[in-house]
Every structure is written in C-alpha cells, then in structure tokens.
Design a binder for this molecule. Sequence first.
Ligand code: HIF
Length: 292
Amino acid sequence: DSSDNRSVKDAASPQQVDYQKVYNAIADILEDENYDDGSYGPVLVRLAWHASGTYDKESGNGGSNGATMRFAPEANHGANAGLEHARNRLEIVKKKFPEITYSDLWTLAGVCAIQEMGGPYIPWRAGRKDGNVENCTPDGRLPDGDKGADHVRKIFYRMGFNDQEIVALSGAHALGRCHVDRSGFDGPWQYAPTTFSNEYYRLLEDEKWQERKWKGPPQFENKSDKSLMMLRTDMALMTDKGFRQYTDKYAKDENAFFSDFSKAFSKLIHLGVPTAQLSEPVPLKKIEDQAP
Ligand code: HIF
C-alpha cells in the first residue's frame, strides 16, 4: 500500500546524509584524556552491541532499529548501566547532523570506533528508524557475565548466531574494561584496551587464570600480574570444546579473526532491521585511508 511505501522511502533517504562526514565527526570525539583509558571508543562499541543484541529471531523484535535505549525502561536495564556515557557523548554529533536517526548513529559509532582503534572495516547500511517507548524490549535479553557456555549459547542462538560467530564476536573484549560502578566487575581484558587486535584470545590461552578473591562478583585474574580480568563467559571460550576450536584459530591467525569479526559484527548491527528499509552498504573510510 502506498502510505507504507512512502514511510519506507522517507526513513531510508540515506542520500540526504553524508555518512562519511558523520563518521569523521565521531572519530573526532573518540579521544578524551580525562575519560577512562583516554577513549570513548570501547563504550561506543558496547552501545552499538547492546542496542542490537536485544534481537529475538522468533518474534522479530528488538535489535538496533528503534534505538529504544533512549527510554527509561531500557536505559535502566542493569546490563545497560554506564551506557549514558556513550549516548551523551554522541549528542555532540547528533546536534551537528540532526537528520541521522539515533539508531543509525549508534551503530555507525560502533563501526567508527572499531575501525579507528585499528580493527577491520565493518560493512554498514543506513536506514534504521527510531521507535518509541512502546518498542522497548523486555529486560533480560543481554548476557550475564557470571554464567557459563549454556547461557552464552542461549542468548546468542536467540539472535541467530552460531558457535563460530559467538567466538569471533567475543574478540571485541580486547577493548575497554569493566567498571565496578557499572557492572560490578573490575578491570580490562588486555594491556592495550584501546587497540583492536586478537590479543584477547592469545591472553586467554597464554596466561594462567585464577578466581579473584574479592567482595565483587565472580571473575578471573591473570596469575602473573593480576592486572587483567576475564568473565566466566570469557573463560567458556577456552573450556567449552565447541568454542575452543575457534579460540585456537583466532589466537593464531589475526587475519582470520579480523575477517570473521567483521562479518559477525556487521550481522549484529543489522539484526531485525527490515531489508527494505536499508540502503546499500555505505563506504566509510578510516581517517588514515582518506586523502589528506
Ligand atoms: Fe561485553 N561486557 N559482554 N561485549 N563489552 C562489558 C564491557 C564491554 C559481556 C559482559 C560485559 C560482548 C559480549 C559480552 C564490549 C563489547 C562486547 C562488561 C563491563 C561486561 C560485564 C561493563 C562495565 O562495567 O563497564 C558478556 C557477558 C558478553 C557475552 C559473552 C560482545 C562480544 C565481546 C558482543 C561485544 O562486542 C565492550 C567494547 C566493552 C567495554 C566497554 C567499556 O566501557 O570499556
């Protein structure tokens, strides 16, 4: 019907926004020496993932379309604690480019952060529409860090991912850290938490991990200097046979990791967005690959 067609066209209208300009504006506000490890990059990646990871393939609801984390029920879900830092930072860009939807902006910011921190190119399409408060997803769709392989599979199978994709995505924990005042957990996964690499898998396999004795929730620390952490869900990638084969592969082969991560993360940030709404992939160049 014609009114439907019209709304689809209006929403996509990707030609009206210069997404490379938006990308560059995001790249411009990644760094801040007074924030965390000096970069908003990691928390922007977490925002893109939590906006997308609510997808439920059975009902077809959830996912990045809608940007429903703007609203109180979803913003206050325990798993989303701390993501206001990412959302507030992106307001600077939203003010410069009011015509981009929040749902496009948040996912584009995740792509920008990964690429600028040294990660692979991530295919991204425009056209997400912002929803309203009724579209908020129920609490409990995002994973808990203190659980094992069964839980990880349950959550990611619900989104339509397989074991290989789960392990490939998990390398994103090379970035950022846990904050006691957000998740209750504490510490970074690797020594250079603003550099995207396959270091996460290498440390999982090469370090000796022991349970940390502390008042906080159960987590692991590396024996050698106790400055790194793993969640129980991270440890499952080593202890579970189905996962371990891919952990071994990505620890040895960074190119394979980059290539598989790119596909899996791109899939994640498009989950549940009707194809008819989406543009063709938008080429988004890294700053270093743009002409001076
Ligand atoms: Fe995370 N994740 N994640 N995560 N995550 C945290 C932080 C980041 C899980 C738990 C946590 C993925 C999967 C899972 C990032 C990216 C991704 C924190 C700490 C927890 C507890 C939050 C805080 O205290 O600030 C669990 C249980 C997951 C399922 C296994 C994804 C694959 C790795 C999908 C993914 O991309 C990023 C980046 C951060 C760092 C945020 C920061 O502010 O530094």
